[in-house]
Design a protein. Structure first.
Length: 155
């Protein structure tokens, strides 16, 4: 039994002629960037400003963004956070993970900023940018053992 020659398949549509569509907004328009991408940019801006002044001290530090922190308990009264966590009412906003050895290799220090808790506390994009900067400055100060005012005198 032979099959008829196959023809190239086109994306299927539903019975109303709708279905798979292209992008709603061109990729180069700011509206096409997700909130997570925009948040990453805010963290990068804050880090770049600090690295200009503290380049040597922050040379090996990794900065990361996670959507939400992992917390063992669901009851806020039961949550006990480590001293390296910056929190607001038992909700972690950021965390400093010091350098350590893992499986025989050196793991550099890492500052983790949690996106959703910060977005919820901000009223608008400018407020979010200020909040992200304050959190990053505070975590760098904890990592370096200095006052936040010394890390960033403008904040």
């Amino acid at each position: 039994m032979s099959r008829p020659p196959s023809r190239p398949t086109r994306p299927r549509r539903d019975r109303h002629g709708r279905g798979l569509r292209g992008r709603l907004v061109p990729a180069d328009v700011p509206l096409a960037r997700s909130r997570a991408d925009q948040f990453d940019d805010l963290v990068l801006d804050a880090v770049e400003d600090l690295e200009r002044r503290w380049e040597r001290e922050l040379a090996g530090v990794e900065f990361a963004v996670e959507d939400v922190p992992w917390v063992e308990h669901t009851n806020p009264d039961e949550v006990v956070l480590d001293s390296d966590v910056l929190d607001d009412g038992s909700v972690p906003l950021a965390r400093v993970l010091p350098a350590h050895r893992e499986n025989g290799r050196e793991v550099p220090p890492r500052i983790v900023v949690y996106r959703r808790p910060l977005e919820i506390r901000a009223h608008d994009r400018d407020d979010l940018a200020d909040l992200v900067r304050d959190v990053v400055v505070d975590q760098v100060a904890v990592l370096l053992g200095r006052d936040p005012e010394e890390i960033d005198p403008t904040s």
